[in-house]
Ligand binder design. Sequence first.
Ligand code: ACO
Length: 416
Amino acid sequence: MPRPVADGKIGSMTAFDVRPVTEDERRSTFDLLGRSLHSNRVSDELWSRFGVSWPAAHKFGAFDGDTPIGIASSFDTDITVPGGGVLPAAAVDGVGVRADRTRRGVLTELMRVQLADVAARGLPLAVLHASEPTIYGRFGYGSAALGKTIRVARPAARLHDRVPLAGEVRMLTPDEAVKEIPGLYHRIARRPGMIGRPPLWWPVMHDRLAGPDGDHVVAVHSGPDGDDGFVVYETVSRRSLEAPDEGAVLQVRDLHADSPVARAGLWRFLLSVDLVSAVHARHRPVDEPLSAMLTDHRHAATLAVEDDLWLRPVDVAAALAARTYRAADPVVLAVTDRLLPANTGHYEVGPDGARRTGAAADLTLDVDTLGMLYLGEWSATALVQAGRVQAGDPAAVARADELFTTIAAPWCGTHF
Ligand SMILES: CC(=O)SCCNC(=O)CCNC(=O)[C@H](O)C(C)(C)COP(=O)(O)OP(=O)(O)OC[C@H]1O[C@@H](n2cnc3c(N)ncnc32)[C@H](O)[C@@H]1OP(=O)(O)O
């Protein structure tokens, strides 16, 4: 069992201690994280405005004496799972180790302590976006939702005339954007993989860009029932002496729509902005049908499909019981969890739900692979073919495919 967080001191077998970060250590641990990610150091002025988004709560530091050498931060949120249930989750939003202390087990100890804390607080899931995909599998995280990067050619790209359109798009003032977008996001964010954005998320991730001091543009789509979608974007000029006619690149940062009509309205708006030569969007849902909405598919190019959200079942029984399954005979999963061994066991999953069982296993997998299966991004068949799931009977794999599959691809859509 992981050792519990106790006395503020853990990990004495190594040359550092891992313990909760105190109020006084917020700035130094934030600077440490920034340095590890090669970000510019934040000025005192920026820290005084936005430091509130880096509270001491749910942060563990690795310390050599009083000096921080590693940080693992998370905030509490919730996540929508297949079937529409919403589960509490820890969103791991900042992990870094000082460059002169890497590859000595600092992260391993931070992850162990953080996961033990998340488990002790009863949160069934942990999620993150990974800087590198090789890091987190060993800690039980699986690549659970993919995202695609697209580039749309302007002015060539046009919506075809059967795309469902109704409603209007209006641009918001920066003050309106700060006031209106949080409520709108929470009203419409319901796809599996989407997380709640807590109050501390907004000042840095939205207001700084779209509020009075930001340079991003915010536009809202309104349908018959009111506001039902929004986009936050910036434009980057490409015009130069060598390319005097080059249009700007419009970069979509945040786009959410409650319906295909709202989504089409927002894309129609984006494709109508003048003096733009390309629209770029990263981490869009893999099933967003933009190319099929155009008169010419090739005007929307998919440049990359990447891992977006990583998910770690922290309480496997609670996580499996919280989502719904499609109609098929049940399967029994044998799950192994090295870091949180209480999860290791057999689970029966069927249309009536999921529960622990003593029955023999149909499919055998590690907990990180369960993270890949959980939101429906990866089929059991694909995971068998990839060597991540062991199964004796192909019929059981087919049943697992049917049970876990979802109509909409999972998608997070929130940068954290
Ligand atoms: C959610 C987020 O915030 S994502 C951002 C993550 N942070 C960064 O990318 C910042 C830059 N990188 C770092 O700060 C560090 O390299 C970290 C945090 C990724 C890793 O910290 P370390 O203390 O070096 O990790 P630790 O020594 O515990 O390594 C554990 C294992 O993972 C492996 N590992 C760790 N980082 C990497 C990596 N970047 N690439 C490949 N393998 C890695 C180690 O080799 C080790 O393997 P082993 O158990 O087989 O020996």
